[in-house]
Structures are given as structure tokens and as C-alpha cells.
Design a protein around this ligand. Structure first.
Ligand code: SF4
Length: 210
């Protein structure tokens, strides 16, 4: 895909949705970190239902440490992998209290040192809470980047690096939100809705649906 096409694709996505946001509910970096950590193999809607009850009771590292692992489980037991998630969030909160003055760190290294926080979660927090130009490549972004040929790659890291290289600078901060939304609602896994797609004429997918 050439530079002009990428420019036009992101210009259209921006014009359609100038201020894209994550669909996870949060009101500060700590809530975002917890919500993203809970979202592995769960839907944003499911995570929001759990955190809508959890955050009014505990939305600081200290409060979650106070709640304890079992207390935390009682709020998130509707989510897949909730046992492991509760352990990870609890231990991450202990580290935030002990090493980071109860603040969410703004570096990849410190974030990835927290239990349950991988590269994708760190990228979401760095981008969404701290407005750093990172690409949190999830299954939707991976699919859309490959189908369209915006940033084709064999694995998520390859796609992440290509997106950082090829997405025009002016769109870098919000590109991952636009691509997630495109993948979630239009360029869906089983059958992309090409007829309803804003970028159909620019996309280079060979098997477009009518
Ligand atoms: S045209 Fe089809 S394949 Fe291309 S991005 Fe849109 S929905 Fe996906």
C-alpha cells in the first residue's frame, strides 16, 4: 500500500470519528490499567459491568490491596480467568503501592514489570492514559492491518512495528482506536461488511464482500 492511500484512509477514519475513545469505562490511569488487565479474553461490555461495581468501592491500589484477592474476585467472577486476574491485579497493586507511590508508571519497562501486564496492555495505557504514540495490536488490529495491507505482518509485533513506521505522524496517537473500531464493527472476522466500509475503495483485501 502506498503512502497516499494510508493518508486518505486515516483522514477518512478521523473525519468520521474525530475523538475516538476506548470502550472501557475509566476515569483515571489506574482504573484504565485495571480495566485493560481484566479485559483479556473478555468483552469490554463485560469488563464495564464488573468495574462499574468495583471502582466505586475500590479505585486505588491501596483500596484493592485492602479488598484482598477474595474480595476482588467477588466483583470480577463473571469474567473469564477471574482467579488469575484477581491474583495479578492484587499483586500489581502491591507493587504500585510499594515501588511507585501508588501511581501508574508511564514507562513500558515499569508497566511490563507488573503482573498481568504484557506489551499490549502497556501499549494501551501508554497511549490512552499518557498519550504516547504506541500501537496496542489486538486481534482486530492484526486482522484489519493485514486485510487492508496498511501494515501486513506475520505476528502482532511485526504489525505493531509496521504501523509505527507507516501510519502518518498526524494520526499516530489515535490510529489504534480507529483500527479497533473498524475491526470490531465493520471488518469483522468471519465476514467483513465491505459494502458498509468507509475505506472500501482504498482497502487492498482481495476477497471483499459485496
Ligand atoms: S473493505 Fe472490507 S476488508 Fe477492507 S477494511 Fe473494509 S470491511 Fe475490511
Amino acid at each position: 500500500m502506498n503512502k497516499q492511500k494510508r493518508q486518505e484512509i486515516f483522514a477518512r477514519l478521523r473525519d468520521d470519528n474525530p475523538n475516538p475513545k476506548t470502550e472501557l469505562n475509566y476515569s483515571n490511569p489506574f482504573e484504565l490499567l485495571v480495566a485493560v488487565t481484566l479485559s483479556a479474553q473478555s468483552t469490554d461490555v463485560g469488563v464495564n459491568k464488573a468495574t462499574d461495581k468495583l471502582f466505586p468501592v475500590a479505585n486505588t491500589p491501596e483500596a484493592i490491596v485492602e479488598l484482598g484477592v477474595d474480595g476482588l474476585k467477588s466483583y470480577i467472577k463473571t469474567l473469564g480467568l477471574y482467579n488469575a486476574k484477581a491474583e495479578n491485579v492484587y499483586k500489581a497493586c502491591q507493587i504500585l503501592v510499594e515501588k511507585h507511590n501508588s501511581e501508574v508508571p508511564d514507562t513500558r519497562e515499569a508497566l511490563e514489570a507488573l503482573p498481568g501486564v504484557g506489551r499490549k496492555t502497556a501499549n494501551v495505557v501508554l497511549n490512552t492514559a499518557f498519550r504516547q504514540p504506541t500501537m496496542a495490536v489486538d486481534t482486530h488490529i492484526f486482522r484489519v492491518s493485514n486485510r487492508t495491507k496498511i501494515a501486513p505482518g506475520k505476528n502482532v509485533l511485526e504489525v505493531e512495528k509496521k504501523l509505527l513506521k507507516f501510519v502518518p505522524k498526524e494520526f499516530l496517537l489515535d490510529a489504534h482506536h480507529w483500527l479497533i473500531l473498524l475491526g470490531r464493527y465493520i471488518c469483522t472476522a468471519r465476514k467483513p461488511r465491505c459494502g458498509a466500509c468507509l475505506i472500501e475503495d482504498l482497502c487492498e483485501f482481495k476477497d471483499k464482500t459485496s
